[in-house]
Design a protein around this ligand. Structure first.
Ligand code: SAM
Ligand code: SF4
Length: 325
């Protein structure tokens, strides 16, 4: 076991991480970094279990925000056709299929800046309908007011996803129609309303390694770290600002997954967007590094996902089985 890389006395006392501490963990020899992350992973989870979620776009396209990576923004000519908000019946029907394919959590996303008051009753009906199937429920609808967070929590919403996506420093390069501070405010409202938090980010936006590390330090330093931390690899979307972004070094990506595990040892780390272009070996390294959640199915919100056949073959070959609810 490498020297004790655990929290320093200072961090242990405050459970706070500094960028310097996190960077020194990130930069250590790859085998030491992954061995430490895997050791922490085993101490907190069954290392051979993966939580399966399914993501559904309940309202596609036409979003007024200008997130540089997103195919659903009206600022990008991505060709994604906008759709109206689904009915609760449609969402529940899709959730039923997801449960049959092994999902324990159903995540519903809408291409909004924030839900409008007229949408809230439909969202509440979707939460109740999906919950009645015995699935954990998650919504990702953009920014929320404290009242909206409470409304959805009272309806029984289990998780709310709201990714901070990158560091506070780099955030203005990613989106200009809202601020990093507004993202953190929604996370606080979600937490105050009593829901679990799902928040992570994207690698490959043109950010520095320090930005990636700082994003994880921000999440780990929240009063309560997110229960679920999605790590996305940018999928360059046609017509978006980042359509020609350079691919990220796979080793750097795995190092970030391992750092997420070390800084947030009790959170689920979700290997999220980009898996379709990851090799099986890269995914296997991410699971060893502590990733223990994926989205199943052929598509995410608008982008491709490996699909059930490729995923079940990979999980089988790795001896990984699905977490049960
Ligand atoms: N509209 C909601 C919002 O922005 O909060 C939710 C939509 S979706 C869940 C948003 C997340 O998916 C982004 O925060 C980003 O982390 C991820 N994402 C979207 N487009 C992506 C892309 N092209 N490549 C990788 N990740 C992407
Ligand atoms: Fe809109 Fe969300 Fe896409 Fe940003 S990521 S443009 S908020 S749908």
């Amino acid at each position: 076991m490498p020297e004790d890389y655990s929290l320093t006395a200072e961090s242990r006392k405050l459970q706070r991480w500094t960028l310097e501490e996190a960077r020194s963990l990130y930069e250590r020899p790859f085998n030491d970094h992954l061995f430490h992350a895997h050791t922490l992973h085993r101490a907190n989870f069954d290392p051979n279990r993966v939580q399966l979620s399914k993501l559904l776009n309940i309202k596609t396209g036409g979003c007024p925000e200008d997130c540089g990576y997103c195919s659903q923004s009206i600022h990008h000519l991505s060709g994604v056709k906008a759709s109206k908000l689904m009915t609760p019946e449609q969402a529940v029907e899709e959730a039923r299929n997801a449960k049959e394919s092994g999902a324990t959590r159903y995540c519903m996303g809408a291409a909004w800046r924030s839900p409008k008051p007229r949408d809230e009753a439909t969202i509440v009906a979707m939460v109740k309908g999906v919950k009645a199937l015995g699935l954990e429920t998650c919504m990702t609808l953009g920014m929320l007011s404290p009242e909206q967070a409470q409304t959805f929590a009272d309806a029984g919403l289990d998780y709310y996803n709201h990714n901070i996506d990158t560091s506070e420093r780099f955030y203005p390069e990613v989106a200009t129609t809202r601020t990093f501070k507004e993202r953190l405010e929604t996370l606080a409202y979600v937490r105050e309303a009593g829901m679990k938090v799902c928040s992570g980010g994207i690698l490959g936006l043109g950010e520095s390694e320090d930005d990636r590390i700082d994003m994880l330090v921000t999440l780990a330093n929240l009063p309560t770290p997110p229960e679920s931390v999605p790590i996305n690899m940018l999928i360059p979307m046609k017509g978006s600002k980042l359509a020609d972004a350079a691919p990220i070094d796979p080793i750097a990506f795995v190092r970030i997954v391992a750092l997420a595990r070390v800084l947030m040892p009790r959170s689920h780390v979700r290997l999220t967007a980009g898996r379709s272009s990851m090799s099986d070996e890269m995914q296997a390294l991410c699971f060893y590094a502590g990733a223990n959640s994926i989205f199943i199915g052929d598509t995410l919100l608008t982008a491709a996902n490996p699909g059930d056949d490729r995923d079940s073959s990979l999980l089988h070959r790795l001896g990984l089985t699905a977490e049960t609810a």
